[in-house]
Design a protein around this ligand. Structure first.
Ligand code: ADP
Ligand code: UDP
Length: 236
């Protein structure tokens, strides 16, 4: 498959066309941003790590019956995916309080929820990704009632699979963000990425943060945390 012109350069990835109109090539960068692009930096080796972690998770989820955009890993940083129309929602699942949840509701981080929560943000950088509920998504024509139900069910299934896997490697899955897309035949599939950029991972024993919060909060040892997650997942 041929890598053709660049369609889009985002904050963490570049997206290229290929000679198949249904297939895109994603190229993961080392660039890191936080706070809607206000904080910028580089995390050395991140692109390759996020590419491999994402593809590993997508393949595990496919096996567990969750349809994804994943087609094939081409290299350290490059992967072929099904072209989808992204549903402009950031779908956030939380198992434990942290980040904006703790800030918004004035609670400490680390409260383990009785059951996972789901929330949506409208994926719109200019507006700062505002929180919205199902009815708002319907009113804005972002998704149909049926699509919202499908997305919710898939997101909770992803959580079940990921939570169990990470537990087995000594990591608590605190929260994460998913994106979904529609293929040309209208099927909803899991898209974008699943990585230490988009998940909160805490060591189960020490509660040490092994994710992008080390960059967001200037905690140091950012590269080490990403490398540690590689070690946990791939044993390397
Ligand atoms: P951002 O746009 O937030 O800066 P990225 O740097 O990760 O994010 O850019 C990747 C872009 O590609 C995102 O806008 C994401 O929604 C989009 N995307 C992810 N998977 C697919 C796919 N399978 N088809 C089309 N677009 C996708
Ligand atoms: N997240 C993300 N992209 C975003 C916003 C959030 O990947 O644009 C992830 C984030 O890494 C965390 C989860 O979603 O794992 C919940 O994030 P939160 O709402 O607490 O926001 P934050 O504290 O990152 O502002």
């Amino acid at each position: 498959m041929e890598k053709l012109e660049q369609l889009y350069e985002g904050k963490a990835k570049k997206v290229f066309k290929t000679d198949d109109p249904e297939v895109l090539l994603v190229d993961y960068k080392d660039d890191a941003t936080a706070f809607n692009g206000l904080k910028k930096g580089t995390i050395r080796g991140k692109g390759a790590i996020n590419n491999r972690v994402t593809n590993f998770m997508m393949q595990m989820l496919e096996k567990e019956g969750v349809p994804t955009h994943f087609i094939k890993e081409l290299s350290d940083r490059e992967t072929l995916v099904k072209k989808v129309t992204i549903v402009p929602l950031e779908v956030i699942i939380r198992n434990v309080s942290a980040g904006s949840f703790s800030k918004r509701y004035g609670v400490e981080e680390g409260i383990v929820f009785k059951k996972p929560t789901i929330e949506f943000s409208y994926k719109n950088d200019d507006l700062g990704d505002p929180l919205l509920n199902d009815d708002h998504a319907l009113a804005l024509g972002i998704a149909t009632e049926e699509e919202i139900a499908t997305i919710k069910a898939m997101a909770f299934k992803v959580n079940d699979v990921m939570k169990a896997f990470f537990k087995s490697v000594g990591v608590d899955l605190i929260d994460f963000k998913l994106e979904f897309g529609k293929t040309s035949d209208g099927t909803i599939v899991l898209a974008d990425e699943i990585s230490p950029d988009t998940c909160r991972f805490w060591d189960s024993k020490t509660h040490e943060k092994l994710d992008k919060d080390r960059f967001r909060r200037d905690l140091g040892n950012v590269e080490d945390a990403y490398a540690e997650m590689m070690k946990r997942i791939f044993g390397e």
